[in-house]
Design a binder for this molecule. Structure first.
Ligand code: NAD
Length: 490
C-alpha cells in the first residue's frame, strides 16, 4: 500500500491546502469509430483495418481509428495534388479567410477540444484548456495574418508554394503540432497530407469536422491515421514536395536517409536534452518555479523540456531543498481534474521507458527524490522525480527521458556551465537564470540551442521561430522563418 499523500508541512495551515476533486464535466464528443479524412470527407480505409485508441487516464477504450495502408496514403496524396491546382492560385486574402475561420471555430469549441485532448493524451485539463487549444487557435490566427502579406516576407522576391506537403507529428502536443504544421502550409498555398501519432489521433480527426464547417475546399487537408508504416508511406510518396516531421531523432535520421537525393524539402523537429542553468545571482524562488514548469509541464513530454538542471555550486543546497519542498505540493493524478499539475503518462510504452531510465539513474549512483503520491489505480502514472548527484556520464544526463524526471548537475563558472550545457548531441532549447543582462547575452550567444529562454522557461508564441541545432533537427516552425520553410523564392 503506498503511504497516504500529505501536503508539505511547510505549506500547511491546518488542512486548508488539500483540494477537493474538481473534475471537468464537459463532453468530448468522441465518435466510436473514425475513418480517414480524404478529399473533404471521412472514408473507410481500403486496408479495412482499425486499431483501438485508449485513454492513458484509465486505460478505457475511447474510439477505433482507421489504419491507413499505402493505397489510402496514395488516395490522400491524389486528393491533395488535385486540390493544389486551385488552392495554390486562390488569392492570399481568400486563404486567410479560411484560416481565420478555422481559428474562430477552434475557439468556439475550445472546451470540447480540451477535454478530448486530455482524455486522449493524458495531459492535465488546465494545460489543454489554457495552453494547447488557445495556442493552436493562435497559430491559425497568426498565419491568417500572413496569407495575404507574403510579399512582405521577402521584399522584392515572390514566395511560391511547394506543392503537396507530407506531415508527421508526435503525441505530446497533438492538436498544437497539427496547427504548427497545417497553418503555415496553407498560408503559403500548399496542400497537406498529415498523420497524427497512433496514440493520439482523436483531436486531429475532430479537427476534420472544423475544416468541413469552415468550408475548406476538399483535398486541401487530408488526415490519415496509423503508426510508423503509415508515416513511412507519407514520407516516401512520390507526390510529396516536402516532408515536415516532428518526432524522435532515430526516426528523423531514417527519414533524412530515405529522402537523400530525392529533391524533396525536409524539416525535422526532433528530440532535446535542454540545460536549464541557474546562476547564484538569480531570483531563487522564481527560478524554482521555472525549473518546475520546465520539467513537469505536460509530464515532461516536451522536446524542449529543461531536463538537465545546471546549478551554480554555491546555491545547489538551497535550490535542492526548495525543489524538494515544491515537489511535495505538486498534485499528480487524474488529468481531468482541474487541480491536477502532473497528469497521465501518454502510453504504457512511454511509462516503461521512463521507469527503465529512472532505474538506470538509481543503479548508476544518482540520488532519487520523489514525493509520496496517491496515484490512480488504473492508467499510466509516474511521480514527479528529481535526481541529485548526477554526473555527465549518467544515462539520465545524456538520454532524453521524455517524462517527469529532472537530473541536477552543478557548475562553478559560466565557462563550465556552457561546456556542460553544450555537451550533448541535442540542441533544441536552454534556459538561463541570472540577474545580469550581459550574462544572458553572453550565454545565449554561446549556447548551441535553437531557443534560449532568460529568467523564464517554456514560453511559446506563433511569431517566434522554433527549431533545433545538431541532432535536434533543422528548419523552423513559427514566425517568418517558418513560412520560408513552406515556400520557394521565385
Ligand atoms: P516517434 O518518432 O516514434 O513518432 C513520431 C511520429 O512519427 C508518429 O506519428 C509516428 O507514428 C511516426 N513514425 C514512426 N516511425 C516512422 C517512420 N519510420 N517513418 C515515418 N513516420 C514514423 O516519436 P514519438 O515517440 O511519437 O515522439 C517523441 C519524440 O518527439 C521525442 O524524441 C521528442 O523530443 C520529439 N518531439 C520533438 C519536437 C520538436 O519540435 N523538436 C516536438 C515534439 C516531440
Amino acid at each position: 500500500m503506498p503511504a497516504k499523500r500529505t501536503p508539505a508541512r511547510e505549506l500547511l495551515f491546518g488542512n486548508l491546502w488539500e483540494y477537493d476533486p474538481a473534475p471537468e464535466t464537459a463532453k468530448a464528443h468522441i465518435d466510436e469509430r473514425y475513418g480517414l479524412f480524404i478529399d473533404g470527407k471521412f472514408v473507410a480505409p481500403k486496408s479495412k483495418k482499425y486499431f483501438d485508441s485508449i485513454s492513458p487516464r484509465d486505460e478505457q477504450k475511447l474510439s477505433e481509428i482507421a489504419l491507413a495502408g499505402p493505397s489510402d496514403v496514395d488516395a490522400a496524396y491524389q486528393a491533395a495534388a488535385g486540390a493544389f491546382k486551385t488552392w495554390s492560385k486562390t488569392p492570399g486574402l481568400e486563404r486567410a479567410k479560411y484560416l481565420f475561420r478555422i481559428a474562430r471555430l477552434l475557439q468556439d469549441r475550445a472546451r470540447e477540444f480540451a477535454v478530448a485532448e486530455t482524455l486522449d493524451g493524458g495531459k492535465p485539463i488546465k494545460e489543454s484548456r489554457d495552453f494547447d487549444v488557445p495556442m493552436a487557435a493562435a497559430h491559425f490566427f497568426y498565419h491568417a495574418g500572413w496569407a495575404d502579406k507574403l510579399e512582405y516576407v521577402t521584399p522584392g522576391r515572390t514566395l511560391a508554394p511547394l506543392g503537396v506537403v507530407g506531415q508527421v507529428i508526435p503525441w505530446n502536443f497533438p492538436l498544437l503540432m497539427l496547427a504548427w504544421k497545417i497553418a503555415p502550409a496553407l498560408a503559403t498555398g500548399n496542400t497537406v497530407v498529415i498523420k497524427p501519432a497512433e496514440t493520439t489521433s482523436i483531436t486531429a480527426l475532430k479537427f476534420a469536422s472544423i475544416l468541413q464547417e469552415a468550408g475548406l475546399p476538399p483535398g486541401v487537408v487530408n488526415i490519415v491515421t496509423g503508426a510508423g508504416e503509415t508515416g513511412s508511406a507519407i514520407v516516401n510518396h512520390p507526390l510529396a514536395a516536402k516532408i515536415s516531421f516532428t518526432g524522435s531523432t532515430a526516426v528523423g535520421k531514417a527519414i533524412q536517409r530515405a529522402l537523400a537525393g530525392t529533391g524533396k524539402r525536409l524539416t525535422l523537429e526532433l528530440g532535446g536534452k535542454a540545460a536549464n542553468i541557474v546562476f547564484e545571482d538569480a531570483p531563487l524562488d522564481q527560478a524554482v518555479e521555472g525549473i518546475i514548469n520546465g520539467i513537469f509541464f505536460n509530464q515532461g513530454h516536451v522536446c524542449c523540456a529543461g531536463s538537465r538542471l545546471l546549478v551554480q555550486e554555491s546555491i545547489a543546497a538551497p535550490i535542492l531543498s526548495k525543489l524538494k519542498l515544491r515537489l511535495k505540493s505538486l498534485r499528480t493524478g487524474d488529468p481531468l481534474d482541474k487541480n491536477t499539475d502532473v497528469g497521465a503518462i501518454n502510453s504504457k510504452a512511454q511509462l516503461t521507458r521512463i521507469q527503465d531510465l529512472v532505474a538506470a539513474g538509481v543503479s548508476e549512483g544518482a540520488e532519487i527524490h520523489q514525493p509520496v503520491c496517491d496515484l490512480p489505480p488504473k492508467g499510466f502514472y509516474f511521480p514527479p522525480t528529481l535526481f541529485s548527484n548526477v554526473s555527465q556520464s549518467h544515462r539520465i544526463a545524456r538520454e532524453e527521458i521524455f517524462g517527469p524526471v529532472l537530473s541536477i548537475l552543478t557548475f562553478r563558472t559560466p565557462e563550465e556551465a556552457i561546456e556542460k550545457a553544450n555537451n550533448t548531441h541535442y540542441g533544441l532549447s536552454a534556459g538561463v537564470w541570472t540577474d545580469k543582462g550581459s550574462r544572458i547575452l553572453k550565454m545565449s550567444t554561446e549556447l548551441k540551442a535553437g531557443v534560449v529562454w532568460a529568467n523564464t522557461f517554456n514560453k511559446f508564441d506563433p511569431t517566434s521561430p522554433f527549431g533545433g541545432f545538431k541532432e535536434s533537427g533543422f528548419g523552423r516552425e513559427g514566425g517568418k522563418q517558418g513560412l520560408l520553410d513552406y515556400a520557394q523564392l521565385i
